[in-house]
Design a binder for this molecule. Structure first.
Ligand SMILES: [Zn+2]
Length: 188
């Protein structure tokens, strides 16, 4: 592993342990993934960084968990020009199919049909492929959470309430991290 990268990972792991000790909790290393199409190496970057920190925390003898949220309530943008089926065979999207899927723009990925019809919905198709790839890459210890499930079961409710109650502060924090959002954006 690159020395500079290893140093950063160690630094983050130590910081995470320090904070977790204050609240008496294990370290949680989280990454997220939008099941919107076939993934490229940059998507995997998010996953691998949090996983390395997770491993570094464990190596230092502190309890940790690695979680990944499937952001399957993210809005659909467009059908990719091609994608894999569950047997890793490539399918090129026809112009007709791309046009047909345009009507779903803005709809949560969980509520859109799988373009190949083999899974429950669009998000599930790409979720299955990505998670099997993460497993193949050796990221064995990941706990997966689906945002659709978290919304439906009300697990987000107390946090959503807090964000709405303190919308100004939430916006300020969010804009410090991401400056691509409009000024009246509420981060929910
Ligand atoms: Zn499928």
């Amino acid at each position: 592993m690159n020395k500079k990268f290893k140093y950063k990972i160690e630094e983050y792991a130590e910081k995470a342990i320090e904070q977790a000790k204050k609240i008496g909790e294990p370290v949680t290393c989280r990454c997220g993934e939008t099941p919107g199409g076939t993934k490229h190496i940059e998507n995997f970057n998010d996953n691998i960084r949090s996983y390395f920190i997770y491993l570094a925390v464990k190596e230092k003898g502190y309890p940790a968990r690695h979680i990944q949220t499937r952001d399957n309530m993210d809005p659909f943008r467009k059908l990719p020009s091609g994608f894999f089926d569950l047997n890793k065979k490539w399918h090129t999207s026809s112009l007709k199919l791309i046009k047909e899927y345009n009507k779903y723009v803005g709809t949560p990925l969980y509520f859109i049909p799988d373009p190949l019809g083999c899974c429950e919905n669009y998000a599930e198709h790409f979720r299955k492929i990505y998670e099997s790839e993460c497993d193949l890459m050796g990221l064995k210890d990941t706990q997966y959470f689906s945002t659709e499930d978290l919304y439906r079961t009300g697990k987000f409710n107390p946090y959503l309430k807090k964000i709405f109650e303190k919308a100004e502060l939430a916006r300020e924090i969010d804009l410090n991290i991401e400056n691509t959002k409009p000024k009246d954006y509420i981060p929910v």
